[in-house]
Design a protein around this ligand. Sequence first.
Ligand code: FAD
Length: 471
Amino acid sequence: DVQLMWFRSDLRTLDNRALSAAAERGPVIAVFLTSIPQWQRHDHGANKVDFWLRGVAALREHLAGLNIPLLQRHIATYDEAPAALLELAREHGATALHFNREYPLNERRRDAAVESAFQQAGIATWGHTDAVAYAPGELLTGKGEPYSVFTPFAKAWHRQLAARRIALVEEPEPQAQLAIDADPPPSRDLEAMADAPLDPSLWPAGQDEAGDRLERFLRFRGHHYKRQRDFPALPGTSELSPYLSLGMISHRQCLHAVMSNNEGHLADGDAGLTAWANELVWREFYLHIAASFPDINRHRPFQSHTKALVWRDDDAGFQAWCEGRTGYPLVDAAMRQLVQCGWMHNRLRMVVAMFLSKHLLIDWRRGEAFFMRHLVDGDFASNNGGWQWAASTGTDAAPYFRIFNPTTQAERFDPEGRFIAEYLPELAELPLKSRFFPDATQRRQTGYAEPIVDHKAARQRALDAFKSLTT
Ligand code: FAD
């Protein structure tokens, strides 16, 4: 019985639940639906799309080693998915379709439409839980509701974690050769996209690279993670986010690697490794939030009383933020990192997101979209969660009166000014203290931007705007 395996954001042959389940039932044919217009609607930019397509090419090679042909179909939008998959299933006489579940709303709607079309056609569908340890709905509060606060979610996550939830599955054995050729690797002609992608060597795609990164991180940096993770000048974090968001590595592979370096534990033992494992629980938390609260998928704030907030209409301010010319060195260096690398350090994501939503009082959704257009790891659930946290509109949000001062953040988290000097070379020669916030003469001499807002006044403006909301 031919099994059709539909790859989406799970671009690996190792520890892939849907793939292994399909291979247990019969010969497998794999398919990937390239849907660039749909991805663009979700604000993904050329960096991510290029990484995605390179990931498909790397997957194709691994599948070839298992004699599983990878076919590619092009669809404009998700509405076309049911017909494209049905046609393939019929052409090859497939008796079942397998996929790993995805949790944002449009992906769930697409999958529901595919399931119903296949049901009508009498072909089985199997949606597997793979990206998370608990499917949304499986981990609920005492009242039977989804968690909306991280700490109790994480406690319950650890408390109820049975080994089977994070058990690794074997890569399938090579199957007998089929009389079907794989399609050529996807074309990476992205001319229709607004920007050109970054140099692909910055983020090599595929499961081999992801596995190497995990190993290197755990060997050299994992134990120091807790102490180093907040300092953007250090390579203190794993830089695995692009790989996790497209499933070139599974969260289970990461958790098992932690356990094997930490005497079998995830929550006790080595402080660095357990802190890192906790970040993977954050990832799962936001996936649950995306699945359980459909409104956040419709560009609405999690806390509905914040809908009344009047954001400032300030295109010039927004442009200055995007281009790294706010006059606050840490903010500007971070925004240049985003544009130059397609990635930004987590501490800085918090700093710049707060600067946009608080100091500039610009709608966080504009920042969310700009991030998506540049990030190689752009992921709806984590990005939306991070933005709503910073804007104090979300779950667990930063209380609105806790507004980061971008200059003291620089002093604390870039104490030698190295990160600032790397991305703002014009400030590299200034005395250390001035690198955090140059004076007017230094700005004139270096050509560095004047601050577009005064920290104190901007902070007060944000406090007043939030105070006027009634909860
Ligand atoms: P590590 O510190 O090594 O963490 C390991 C993994 O845990 C990450 O790869 C990621 O999968 C997960 N993780 C870590 N921190 C978080 C977090 N706060 N929330 C959810 N998962 C987390 N992450 C994305 O993957 N995609 C996004 O689009 C994204 N947008 C963000 C936007 C904002 C405003 C903020 C504040 C955070 C955002 N994050 C996003 C979360 C976090 O910044 C990145 O996951 C992290 O910086 C990636 O670097 P790393 O792989 O070295 O992380």
